[in-house]
Design a protein around this ligand. Structure first.
Ligand code: PGA
Length: 256
């Protein structure tokens, strides 16, 4: 078992509905026991309208629930935004920031993403901070350059908090929702690079930080990925919508 406790987080994206969620929560409650929870930290991130439902169904378990996004500003006239203070008020413990779908489809940039992380941390939320290269960037052989740039603004934020409260998710954009996962070796190479880069940028606890992998993780490929020395769990999209798949991935994280 690794020194860093693995984290498996389900990113439901814009999927779900009251009944479908109930089915999923029931499945998770039935299969995830205390023993598994002692080995793996678990988190589900439903869409905003269902956070209350997650609280009701998971509040008495050790499975945490979190948001997929948070505003970069404190409060005020920002139609459609949800603040860190509101999430804190609701009892939410986590938020994802900087997911590639928000970077590419909604134009979120590193500065905004880092501010989201800062404001979330100030409101006692823990943060999953996503980074990753596109297919074009990988093919042009500039993956490390792209990642270094994404990490640069985040590094002081990471340095200012504890290893438990900030997790990096490496998600190669070409692997998200495509069924084409990075190989364990490809992912390991990048995770090691991220860890080294964090250290070089002054993050003293770079060796304690969890770096999770995301991009077409399934129960069938999870163990090979999680067995890599620098892969500390996963951020799971499609497979987190199916209880058996998600539980299979959690079990793999306990073994990895
Ligand atoms: P996927 O998504 O598992 O469906 O590839 C991962 C993510 O976007 O977080």
């Amino acid at each position: 078992m690794k020194a860093r406790k693995p984290l498996v987080a389900g990113n439901w994206k814009m999927n779900g509905g009251t009944l479908a969620n109930e089915h999923l929560f029931t499945g998770l409650r039935a299969s995830i026991d205390r023993h598994l929870m002692s080995q793996v930290e678990l988190l589900v991130c439903p869409p905003f309208p269902y956070l209350g439902q997650a609280a009701a169904w998971l509040g008495d378990t050790d499975i945490a629930w979190g948001a997929q996004n948070v505003a970069s500003l404190e409060s005020g006239a920002f139609t459609g935004e949800v603040s860190a203070a509101m999430l804190e008020d609701l009892g939410c413990k986590w938020t994802i920031v900087g997911h590639s779908e928000r970077r590419t489809l909604l134009g979120e940039e590193d500065e905004t993403i880092a501010r989201k992380a800062e404001i979330a941390l100030a409101h006692k939320l823990s943060v999953i901070y996503c980074i990753g290269e596109t297919l074009d960037e990988r093919e042009r052989d500039i993956t490390e350059e792209v990642l270094r740039q994404q990490i640069e603004r985040a590094a002081p934020v990471i340095a200012g908090t504890t290893a438990e409260r900030m997790v990096i998710a490496y998600e190669p954009v070409w692997a998200i929702g495509t069924g084409r996962s990075a190989t364990p070796e490809q992912a390991q190479t990048v995770h090691e690079f991220i860890r080294t880069t964090l250290g070089a940028m002054g993050v003293q606890h770079a060796r304690q930080i969890r770096i999770v992998y995301g991009g077409s993780v399934k129960a069938a490929n999870a163990l090979a990925l999680f067995s890599m020395p620098d892969i500390d769990g996963g951020l799971i999209g499609g497979a987190s919508l199916v209880a058996d798949e998600f539980v299979g991935i959690c079990r793999a994280a306990a073994l990895g």
